[in-house]
Design a protein around this ligand. Structure first.
Ligand code: NAD
Length: 388
C-alpha cells in the first residue's frame, strides 16, 4: 500500500514509518519539525540523540534499500496539505502530526490556543484535502484514551448504545477530557465522524493509551535510526520519566495519591496496531474507533513496578498533583478490536523495564535533572515555564 505518515519525525511517527516500510509498504513522511522547536523553547532535548530526518532516511535506504519519501511542511497550510496528497496519492494517511503534550497545552492562553489551532485546523485541512483529492483514502488518526476521561461506566470503543425514555440509539461515547490538548482530540474526533457521515470518508480513530518504550525491531538496527525519548515533565510520558528517575537515583515523582488509572501500550504494539489498521481499512462512510491500549494500571502501580525491577534502591515521592483529575476512580476499558485483528500485546514486563533501564543508563549524563519537576499547574492561567 502507499501510506503517508504525518508527524513522521516524531517519537511514534518515525518508528511507525520504518515498520510500515519494513512490511513492504511504500511510505512517505511529512513533518514541520515543530517538535524539535518545542525543545528549543523549553530548553530540553530527547535523552537519546536523534539524527535529522534526512539522515535517518538515508541510513534506512543504505540498510534496507527501501526509500521513504519526505514532505517538509505544516498541515495548517492547506496548499501544502492538498499538494502533498495530490503528489503522493496515498491509500492510507496515518495522522500523528499534532502538539501532543497535555502540560504544554496548559502553560497559558498562548499554548492552549496554539495547540487547538494546530491540531484542529491541521486535521480540518487534511479532511478537506481527502474530501477533494480522493475520498477512498483511509484516514488513520491518532486520538487518545484521555478523550474519555474517567467515567463511572465502562469505556466502550468509541460508540455507546443507549436507552433513554424507552427509545434506543447508538451515539458517540460521551467525552470528558482533562486538558486543552485532550479537548483538541475530542474536537478532531467529532470533525472526522462528521465527514464520514456527510461526505462518506473512511476513518479509524485510534484512542491510544500512554506509550512507553523506545526501541522497535527496526530502530535497533542502527543507532542513527533511534527515535526520541522524552523524560521532562512537559513531554515525557510517565513510565519513561520514572525509569530515568530510578537510574539517576532520584525519587519517582507520583502526582497526588497515584490512584489515577491509565491505559498503557508498548511502542512496539503502537507500530503494529497502526499496521493492522492500515491493512484492514474502515468501510466508506464508516467512523471506526479502536481503544489502542493493552493494559490499565494506576500511576502508583507503575511506580511500584519500576521500584521492584530496578536493581538498586528506589524512592517514591508523592507531589501535590499539578493536574486537576480524579485520583481514585472506576476505570474499565473495552479494547478487543485490535486483538480481533491479530494484535499480540507485549505486556509491561520486567524484561522491558530492564531494557529501558539500559537505554536510560547509557545516556544518563545527558539528563537535565531540573526538567523532571513539574512546573505547569492546571489551576493557574499562566505557569512559569516560559520567560514570555
Ligand atoms: P511527537 O510530538 O513526538 O510527534 C508529533 C510530530 O508531528 C512531531 O514530529 C511534530 O513536529 C509534528 N507536527 C506537529 N504539528 C504539525 C503540523 N501542524 N504539521 C506538520 N507536522 C506537525 O508526538 P508522539 O508522541 O509521536 O505522538 C504522535 C501522536 O500520537 C500524537 O497525535 C499524539 O496525540 C498521539 N498519542 C501519543 C501518545 C504518547 O504516549 N506518545 C499517547 C496517545 C496518543
Amino acid at each position: 500500500m502507499r501510506i503517508l505518515v504525518l508527524g513522521g519525525d516524531g517519537y511514534l511517527g518515525w518508528p511507525t514509518a520504518l515498520h510500515l516500510s519494513q512490511c513492504g509498504h511504500q511510505v512517505a513522511v511529512a513533518d514541520n519539525f515543530a517538535r524539535r522547536q518545542y525543545d528549543f523553547e523549553l530548553g530540553v532535548e530527547s535523552l537519546v540523540p536523534i539524527e535529522s530526518l534526512q539522515t535517518r532516511i538515508a541510513v534506512w535506504k543504505d540498510l534496507t534499500g527501501e526509500s521513504i519519501g519526505v514532505y517538509v511542511g505544516d498541515l495548517t497550510d492547506a496548499d501544502f496539505t492538498y499538494e502533498m496528497l495530490r503528489d503522493f496519492r496515498p491509500e492510507a494517511v496515518v495522522h500523528f502530526a499534532e502538539q501532543r503534550a497535555a502540560p504544554y497545552s496548559m502553560i497559558d492562553r498562548k499554548h492552549a490556543v496554539y495547540t487547538q489551532v494546530n491540531n484542529v485546523v491541521g486535521t480540518m485541512n487534511l479532511l478537506y484535502a481527502i474530501g477533494e483529492v480522493d475520498r477512498d483514502i483511509h484516514l488513520v488518526k491518532l486520538g487518545t484514551m484521555g478523550e474519555y476521561g474517567t467515567p463511572e461506566i465502562d469505556i466502550e470503543e468509541g460508540w455507546l448504545e443507549i436507552e433513554h425514555k424507552g427509545r434506543t440509539d447508538r451515539v458517540l461515547f460521551p467525552k470528558r477530557p482533562g486538558s486543552f490538548y485532550h479537548l483538541s482530540k475530542v474536537h478532531d474526533s467529532h470533525n472526522i465522524e462528521f465527514t464520514c457521515r456527510i461526505w462518506g470518508l473512511r476513518a479509524t480513530d485510534l484512542n491510544q493509551g500512554v506509550v512507553y518504550g523506545q526501541q522497535t525491531a527496526e530502530t535497533v538496527l542502527d543507532d542513527r535510526l533511534a527515535t526520541r525519548f522524552d523524560y521532562d515533565a512537559v513531554f515525557g510520558t510517565v513510565l519513561n520519566r520514572f525509569v530515568i528517575q530510578a537510574v539517576l537515583g532520584h525519587p519517582l515523582t507520583v502526582y497526588g495519591t497515584g490512584g489515577q488509572r491509565r491505559g498503557i501500550i508498548d511502542i512496539r504494539d503502537t507500530v503494529r496496531c497502526v499496521q493492522l489498521a492500515c491493512e484492514n481499512p474502515a468501510d466508506r462512510g464508516e467512523f471506526r474507533v479502536f481503544n489502542q491500549m493493552t493494559e490499565a494500571m494506576s500511576i502508583q502501580e507503575l511506580a511500584d513496578t519500576v521500584e521492584r525491577c530496578f536493581p538498586g534502591a528506589v524512592e517514591i515521592e508523592h507531589l501535590d498533583n499539578p493536574r486537576v483529575e480524579l485520583e481514585e476512580h472506576y476505570y474499565n476499558v473495552v479494547h478487543t478490536r485490535l486483538l480481533d485483528l491479530g494484535l499480540t500485546p507485549h505486556l509491561l514486563s520486567d524484561t522491558l523495564i530492564t531494557s529501558l533501564f539500559d537505554v536510560a543508563k547509557r545516556y544518563a549524563d545527558r539528563v537535565q535533572p531540573e526538567a523532571l519537576r513539574p512546573k505547569v499547574n492546571w489551576r493557574d492561567h499562566a505557569s512559569p515555564v516560559q520567560e514570555t
